[in-house]
Design a protein around this ligand. Structure first.
Ligand code: ADP
Ligand code: MG
Length: 273
């Protein structure tokens, strides 16, 4: 069933005329509602042109969508479709060439450097394909690292890291360094780190890309659990099965444009209900 939906999705492309009209109407109505009713994330006509070489590359072209609190959105598309570019923009690591990204009512492009650093540290929880843990640090130190900048005392950081490591099933790996952990355990430490400052949402880039299928299942169930507990998740993947299992919505990118944006029933919920 979901496969059919996805196939249909990948074949359909809304004419630009209609998408821009719909988006304009949405923005007009947005200005009439209060902040609490606004979507958590608003991506408005975002383009990103890389102009390093002789020929400019339009990695994203006029991309618009909103994400409400509590959604689990999978952004899918082939290699080179613009997924990582979009993730970098929403994560505050890059700026759009044109368009706006608004999170919890705040326009990212209008943030100062300090505000942007605060945004990346406290509002977004990043999960990467390669885990990106610091090899010289123990599991708890990695988890607590984002708290260092907030000037929290060591006792508070340790207590919070312990709580998060227990939540991802790794209380017994508290003092282990990444090299002493399996790939799945490393990713669980990275997920604990992403949650440590209780961000508004998680941004995951191919979170199971470096894992074997059994370990990958553990991470899938952990992400599912975190979403069930109320966390909004945006996950970038080229793995359709992963998107099918977890997401409440699937956005398909092709050549820097959204070709489909559909609600979806996550397969994991189907199995459990
Ligand atoms: P995906 O993550 O879906 O594979 P990317 O967002 O990485 O896609 O890339 C989208 C397009 O932008 C590709 O054509 C890629 O070659 C190009 N691109 C990505 N990053 C850069 C960069 N820093 N400079 C120039 N072109 C880039
Ligand atoms: Mg990529």
């Amino acid at each position: 069933m979901e496969q059919t939906l996805l196939r249909k999705c990948s074949e359909r492309k809304l004419p630009q005329f209609f998408t821009s009209r719909i988006q304009k109407l949405k923005w007009r109505s947005l200005s009439l509602v209060s902040n609490s009713e606004r979507p958590l994330i608003e991506v408005q006509a975002v383009s990103r042109i890389y102009s390093l070489g002789a020929v400019p590359v339009a990695a994203l072209q006029g991309v618009s969508f909103t994400v409400a609190k509590g959604e689990f959105v999978a952004i899918v598309g082939k290699s080179g479709s613009g997924k990582s570019t979009l993730l970098n923009l929403i994560g505050g690591m890059d700026r759009p060439t044109s368009g706006e990204i608004i999170v919890a009512g705040r326009t990212i492009s209008q943030m100062s450097r300090d505000e942007l650093a605060h945004y990346r540290r406290n509002m977004v929880g990043m999960i990467f394909q390669a885990f990106n843990l610091i090899p010289s640090m123990s599991a708890w130190e990695n988890v607590a690292m984002p708290m260092l900048f907030a000037g929290k005392a060591q006792s508070e950081r340790q207590a919070r890291a312990k709580e998060l490591l227990a939540r991802v099933g790794l209380a017994h790996r508290y003092n282990h360094r990444p090299v002493e952990l399996s790939g799945g355990e490393q990713q669980r430490v990275a997920i604990a780190r992403a949650l440590v400052n209780d961000p508004y949402f998680l941004l995951a880039d191919e979170p199971t890309g470096n894992l074997d299928s059994r370990t990958s299942d553990e991470i899938v169930h952990l992400l599912h659990h975190i979403h069930q507990q109320g966390k909004t998740v945006l996950m970038i993947t080229h793995d359709h099965i992963l998107a099918e299992q977890l997401s409440t919505r699937i956005i398909t990118l092709k050549d820097g444009e959204i070709i489909c944006d559909e609600a979806h029933k996550p397969a994991l919920t189907n199995l459990q209900s």
